[in-house]
Design a protein. Structure first.
Length: 146
C-alpha cells in the first residue's frame, strides 16, 4: 500500500465478498433479550451466502430465537489489516435437499466434535475496510497553558 493513500479505505461489497471467500474463520454475533454473545465459527462463503455447521447448544438456540445476526472476519499483515462485517439473517437448513447441498461443501468442523446442524446466513449488508498500518502521524495539536 502506498504511503500517500488514506490510512482507512472503505471497501466495496464486491471487495468485501472477495475477502470473505479468502478466509474460513470468523465471529458470529447473536443477541437475545438484550444479551450479546459472540462465537468463533468456521464457515464457507458461496453463492452469495455464508454457511456454518454447529450442534445443539446456546449458539443454535440463540439464532433460532433471533435470526438477525452479525458476522465478522479480519486479518492483519505487516503493512495492512482489514475487516469485513456482514449483517443478515440466519436460518437452520431443514429440507433434505438443503442439507444434501450443504454436505457437498468443503466445510469440516475445526474442533473434533460432531456438528450436524447446518446454518445459512443470507447477507442484507456487507461492509469492509482496509487499514494501512504504521506509526501514528505527528501530533499537530497545539496546547496552551492557562
Amino acid at each position: 500500500m502506498a504511503t500517500d493513500e488514506a490510512p482507512i479505505i472503505v471497501l466495496s461489497p464486491a471487495e468485501s465478498w472477495e475477502l470473505l471467500l479468502s478466509a474460513s474463520l470468523g465471529r458470529l454475533a447473536l443477541t437475545v433479550g438484550g444479551v450479546l454473545d459472540i462465537y468463533p465459527v468456521n464457515y464457507i462463503a458461496h453463492d452469495d451466502v455464508l454457511t456454518i455447521r454447529t450442534s445443539e447448544g446456546t449458539k443454535l438456540l440463540e439464532l433460532t430465537i433471533n435470526s438477525n445476526v452479525a458476522f465478522e472476519i479480519d486479518g492483519v499483515g505487516r503493512e495492512e489489516g482489514w475487516s469485513v462485517v456482514v449483517k443478515g439473517t440466519a436460518r437452520v437448513l431443514e429440507t433434505e435437499a438443503e442439507i444434501a447441498g450443504a454436505e457437498q461443501l468443503a466445510l469440516q468442523p475445526l474442533v473434533p466434535t460432531e456438528k450436524h446442524v447446518w446454518v445459512r446466513i443470507v447477507p442484507s449488508e456487507i461492509s469492509g475496510r482496509r487499514f494501512r498500518l504504521g506509526p501514528p502521524p505527528e501530533d499537530t495539536r497545539s496546547f496552551t497553558n492557562v
